[in-house]
Ligand binder design. Structure first.
Ligand code: SF4
Length: 107
């Protein structure tokens, strides 16, 4: 096989191999979780933790409860613009200033 034919052959294999690699699309900015979303309602999520009904969710009542925010929850990973990911709510972003009844302290 000549050098030119070998190069042509290898280029063809490279193109064929590249066509087999699946294309994965990653959402750069998942949508923000809305308080009306069924999972938000189920978890008592509020984007402003100060608006949580502490009678319904006594976990956030009192001086200790008032320190709980998504931003210091073990399930939160900070993103941009005050939003971040929550492992309990995949595919949506939650507000760092928010809260839900699944809040867990960081260790
Ligand atoms: S689990 Fe944590 S980060 Fe997720 S919504 Fe609830 S308080 Fe916020």
């Amino acid at each position: 096989m000549t050098q030119t034919r070998r190069n042509f052959f290898h280029a063809g294999i490279a193109l064929w191999t590249a066509s087999l690699v699946p294309t994965v699309t990653i959402a750069a900015n998942p949508p923000e979780l809305q308080e009306s979303d069924p999972i938000a309602v189920a978890l008592g999520y509020k984007k402003d933790a100060a608006t949580v009904d502490t009678t319904k969710y006594p976990k956030r009542a009192g001086a200790t409860g008032a320190t709980q925010f998504c931003s210091n929850c073990a399930l939160y990973s900070a993103g941009a613009d005050g939003l971040g990911g929550c492992t309990a709510i995949p595919g949506k972003q939650v507000a760092g200033a928010g809260w839900c009844n699944a809040w867990i302290p960081t260790s």
